[in-house]
Design a protein around this ligand. Sequence first.
Ligand code: NAD
Length: 388
Amino acid sequence: MAIKAGVARETAPGERRVALTPESVAKLAAAGVSVLVERGAGEAASFTDLEYADAGAKVVTTAVMYSQADVILRINKPSASEAKLLKSGQVVIGMLSPLLDPKLMAELGEKGVTAISLDAIPRTLSRAQGMDALSSQANVAGYKAVIMAAEAFGRYFPLLTTPAGTAKPANVLVLGIGVAGLQAIATARRLGAQVRAYDVRPETKEQAESLGAQFVTLRSIADGSGQGGYARALTPEEQAAQQAELNDVIGSMDVVIATAQVPGRKPPVLVSANAVECMKPGSIVVDIAASELGGNCELSVAGKTIATSNGVRILAPTNVPATMPTGASAFYARNIANLFLHFVKSGELDFDFEDEITAATVITHSGSVVQAATARLLETANAGGARA
Ligand code: NAD
């Protein structure tokens, strides 16, 4: 019997993406997988049930999808009530954030559910690049952050010479030159802004310059590179020196797009309250690093836009990719279809734990937590609990 994949209707607040698009249904069908789509799953991303049916999927109720699907494809981790619907032997694939919610992984493991997380992909492995949803969604976020800034900004981004006079180009600073930052630079440049960019990893200088940005070099920190292409957490002294130097740069900027992250840590504060005080009225900060943990701007409030007394607006949107659901879902769907098909051999599900992608992304299998990082985290938590 063909493997049945189910497409979940997302229920997280504000989520508008869908894990599989009609285009990717066709791709799975070509590999012998039949697809069940929970009714209305693609609606918020402008994919109709009819389009899924035309692509060869069966549109079904929530109860039928959860009871019949062998593999459930989704964006976010299941809610508590969705997790209850999962049963032994079923597979769930999505951005499950196992390191942020290891308890859910332990529960799914105990239940006999195989949980596979797209955010655990070994990103530097070239054969995994087509599965890298962190990158595809960061790309959307970097683009959309600039569009949000342009929308909020009261002036033009480009230099404009018109009979009514000349408009100066906007000065945009991009902080953090990873995937989102590079796309933000490219987008701000396309809109005609003058762009400066800063990152603690020295290799980003050339990348930023190749997109037409001027790199900001700070005297206080020579190299903040960590492992695997990510940044390291800076020492408190380095952070203070970095903020002080950045204050001078930020004061002369019209727009700051902040994207800096350190894996597993609170995002670094790069735009201090003092820096915001130095900005001119009408300036905009878009902090896409912001979450409940805090953001790159000291004044960011996750999910909110605040206006300061000196006329600066600070936007701290969370889940930016969900605000561009059709484009973001199209990328995500290709990522998840590629990862899913990695586990399909001769029409059957097959998990080879010698394989690097499988070992990294399969978090629970055969009744337990099998991914090393999540298992370690749970052990530490359990040991702490036993001591307490
Ligand atoms: P990220 O989201 O973890 O962080 C965004 C940026 O913030 C990074 O460039 C980081 O250096 C920067 N940052 C962190 N602390 C900072 C500070 N105090 N000051 C200034 N900048 C700071 O990064 P990401 O976008 O996920 O990318 C991380 C790395 O992974 C990059 O090296 C990227 O090229 C690499 N990557 C490689 C592949 C691949 O090889 N196929 C795919 C995706 C990403």
